[in-house]
Design a protein around this ligand. Structure first.
Ligand SMILES: Nc1ncnc2c1ncn2[C@@H]1O[C@H](COP(=O)(O)OP(=O)(O)OP(=O)(O)O)[C@@H](O)[C@H]1O
Length: 569
C-alpha cells in the first residue's frame, strides 16, 4: 500500500534521475558514445514541486523510466501516470523514442496515491477548508498549510491545541499516527480559543476544536454542519435529463436521493486520492458509507480545474486520442446506458450484462452558488482493484463480461485500476466491476488498451450465454438509445461503436476468444497501427470520396471477413 515519499539518500535529486553508470555514479559522462547520442534531457513536473531535470534514453522503456522515478521519488510504478502534451505514455513496454520525447519536453507525473489523507477543516464561523496531506506529514505541517492556504480570520494557529483521545497532540506527531491505519479522512473543526479532541467514527477520525463555552459532544458538531435548507436554496444534486421521456432507473434515483441526504446532513464530498481527475466520494445520510462517486467535468484530466496538476489541453483533446476534454461524464453515462441487462430488471434491479454501476449525469451545487456538472456513479463496496492481485482467481465469465464491454465501446482506458474486485460473502467468489468509462467511445481506435488481453481467461472461448448476448447487440439501436437519452454521437464516435460491435459479433460467431478479437483493436506498439486501423485505412482507400457511411461500413465488413478468414483458418 505504501506509495509515500521515501527518504532519499545523499544523492542530489536533480542527479538522481540521471541514468546510473556501472560504477554507481550518475554522471551522464559515463554513458557510452551511442548512449550519449540517445540521451534526452527532459523535465519532470509534479504538483507543488519545481521542474526536475531527468535524463532518459530513447531506447529505454517507459517501465524503466517509471522504475527510476520510483527509486528516487518513492512513487511505485503502478501508481504513476506519465503524460506528455496531454497524452498518457500508457504502454510500459514501449520505448521513450516511440512516444517522440525530445530534449526540453516536460513530462507530467500524476501519482495515484492511496495514502494521502483528506483533512476537512471547519471553523466556528462555518468556513470550510479541505487539504490533502501525505500521512507522513506532521501536525505542524498541517498547521502551516492552514496558515498559508487558510484564512487570516483564523488568527495565530500556533495557539491551537490539537487533542486526540483527550490527549493533546504535539506538533511533531505524524498524521499517520493520529489516524488509524486505514483512515482516509480526518475532520477538523476550529473554534477559538482552541481546545481539540478527537473521536473515532467508523474509519474516520473526527478531530474537534471546541471553545470552553461549548459542550463537548459530537451531536453539537453534527448539528452545526446540518443547517436546515431554506426553500429558496436550489437542490444540492439534480439529475440532468435532456429527454423527459427517458426515465431514470430506481437505483439511480435512490443514489441521488441518498447523496442529497448526505450533503444535507453536512457530509462533504471527500476527494479520492486516486485518479487523474477530480473524483469525489459522496456520503449517505448517515455519513458512514460512501454512496456515490462524483466526477465533475471541469476537473477532468486536462480540464481547467484539474486538481492533479495536469496542464490544460491546448487543442481540446482529452488524455486519450479521439476524446474531448469535458465529455468524460457523457461517456461514463453512455457506458451504463449501453450495458444492457440480460434479464430485464432482475429482482426489480437493473443489472447490466457487464455490471457497469448505475451512473447519471448530474449537476451538483458548488460552494452554495454555482453548479458543477459531472457523472454520479454508485459507489461499489470492494476489496480493491485488479492492480492489487493477480488475475488467476477471477472467474472466466467475469473477465469476459468486461471484455465484451471494452470491445464494443473501444475503451481507451482499461487499466487494472479500473476494475474493482468484490469478494462475495457466500462462496468467496470474485466479482469484477468495471468503472471509469470516461474514455470509451473515442473517435478513433488509436489508444485502445485492454489490460485483460494478457490474462489467461481472455484465451478461453465465450460461453453460450455470452454469445447469445453478443448476437442481440445492435449498434444502430445503441446509437438511437443514446440519442433518446440526449447524446447524439459524433459520426466518428458512432463509426467506432459500429465497427467495434461488428468485429465482436463476427468474432464471436466464428468462435474467436476475447484475446483474438481484442488483439485486433489494440496496437502492439504506440507507433504501429492496430489491425483494425489498417482495416479502416484499407476501406477508406477503397471507397470514393463522398461515399455514404452505409457503403463504407459494408466495405469495412467485407475486409474484416477477409481478415478473419485469413488469420483464423
Ligand atoms: N463506482 C465506484 N465505486 C467504488 N470506488 C470507485 C468508483 N469509481 C471510482 N472509484 C474509486 O475512485 C478511484 C478513482 O476513480 P477513477 O478511476 O474513475 O478516476 P479517474 O480520474 O478517471 O482515474 P484514472 O487515473 O484511473 O483514469 C478509483 O481508483 C476507485 O478506487
Amino acid at each position: 500500500m505504501s506509495a509515500g515519499v521515501i527518504t532519499l539518500g545523499p544523492v542530489p535529486e536533480e542527479l538522481a534521475l540521471l541514468p546510473i553508470c556501472f560504477d554507481g555514479s550518475r554522471s551522464p559522462h559515463c554513458l557510452s558514445g551511442s548512449q550519449l547520442q540517445d540521451s534526452i534531457l527532459i523535465f519532470l513536473a509534479m504538483p507543488g514541486a519545481p521542474l526536475m531535470p531527468m535524463s532518459v534514453l530513447g531506447t529505454e522503456s517507459i517501465a524503466s523510466v517509471k522504475l527510476r522515478i520510483q527509486r528516487f521519488k518513492g512513487f511505485v510504478v503502478n501508481k504513476q501516470r506519465l503524460v506528455l502534451d496531454g497524452h498518457e505514455l500508457a504502454r510500459n513496454n514501449n520505448h521513450v523514442k516511440d512516444y517522440g520525447l525530445a530534449d526540453g519536453n516536460v513530462l507530467h507525473l500524476v501519482i495515484r496515491l492511496a495514502d494521502l489523507c483528506v483533512i476537512n477543516i471547519e471553523t466556528a464561523t462555518g468556513k470550510k477548508f479541505q487539504f490533502q496531506v501525505d500521512q507522513s506529514r506532521n501536525v505542524k505541517y498541517l498547521k502551516s498549510k492552514l496558515a498559508v492556504e487558510g484564512d487570516e480570520d483564523l488568527g495565530n494557529l500556533e495557539d491551537h491545541k490539537l487533542v486526540h483521545d483527550d490527549q493533546e497532540l504535539e506538533d511533531h506527531q505524524l498524521i499517520a499516527d493520529i489516524s488509524n491505519k486505514d483512515d482516509a479522512v480526518i475532520h477538523l473543526f476550529i473554534r477559538k480559543p482552541a481546545k481539540l479532541r478527537t473521536q473515532q467514527v467508523e474509519k474516520d477520525t473526527i478531530v474537534t476544536v471546541v471553545t470552553p463555552q461549548e459542550k463537548l459532544n459530537l451531536q453539537n458538531e453534527a448539528h452545526a454542519v446540518n443547517p436546515a435548507r431554506p426553500a429558496s436554496v436550489p437542490a444540492l444534486v439534480e439529475p440532468i435529463v435532456v429527454n423527459r421521456k427517458a426515465k431514470l432507473s430506481p437505483q439511480v434515483m435512490r443514489m441521488i436521493g441518498s447523496t442529497i441526504a448526505g450533503l444535507e446532513n453536512g457530509y462533504l464530498p471527500v476527494m479520492s486520492a486516486e485518479g487523474s481527475g477530480g473524483v469525489y466520494f459522496m456520503r449517505d445520510e448517515s455519513g458512514e458509507k460512501n454512496i456515490a462517486v462524483f466526477k465533475p467535468i471541469d476537473e477532468e484530466p486536462m480540464a481547467e480545474n484539474n486538481p492533479r496538476g495536469l496542464p490544460v489541453s491546448t487543442d481540446g483533446e482529452g488524455m486519450k486520442r479521439g476524446t474531448l476534454v469535458g465529455e468524460g461524464a457523457f461517456r461514463e453515462v453512455a457506458a451504463y446506458i449501453l450495458d444492457h441487462p440480460v434479464n430485464d430488471h432482475e429482482h426489480g434491479i437493473r443489472v447490466g450484462f457487464s455490471g457497469v454501476p448505475p451512473t447519471a449525469l448530474v449537476r451538483c451545487l458548488h460552494r452554495g452558488k454555482s453548479f458543477k456538472i459531472g457523472s454520479l456513479q454508485m459507489f461499489i463496496q470492494n476489496n480493491g482493484s485488479c492492480e492489487d492481485m493477480g488475475p488467476h482467481a477471477f472467474p472466466v465469465q467475469e473477465v469476459h463480461k468486461i471484455a465484451v464491454l471494452d470491445i464494443r465501446l473501444a475503451n481507451a482506458d482499461r487499466h487494472v485500476g479500473n476494475i474493482l474486485v468484490c469478494k462475495e460473502e457466500e462462496g468467496g467468489n470474485y466479482k469484477l466491476v468495471p468503472i471509469d468509462h470516461g474514455y470509451c467511445l473515442p473517435e478513433k481506435f488509436e489508444d485502445c488498451t485492454f489490460e485483460w488481453l494478457y490474462w489467461p481467461q481472455a484465451r478461453e472461448p465465450f460461453s453460450d450465454e455470452t454469445i447469445a448476448y453478443i448476437e442481440l447487440l445492435d449498434a444502430e439501436e445503441d446509437i438511437k438509445l443514446l440519442k433518446f437519452h440526449g447524446w447524439e454521437l459524433s459520426p466518428r464516435c458512432a463509426r467506432v461503436l459500429r465497427i467495434g460491435t461488428m468485429l465482436l459479433k463476427k468474432g464471436a460467431a466464428r468462435g474467436l476468444t476475447p484475446y483474438d478479437i481484442g488483439g485486433i483493436l489494440c496496437r502492439e506498439t504506440v507507433n504501429r497501427d492496430s489491425e483494425i486501423e489498417d482495416i479502416i485505412h484499407e476501406a477508406e482507400d477503397h471507397v470514393l470520396p463522398g461515399t455514404s457511411e452505409l457503403i463504407f461500413l459494408e466495405t469495412v465488413s467485407e475486409i474484416i471477413d477477409r481478415h478473419l478468414d485469413k488469420k483464423f483458418v
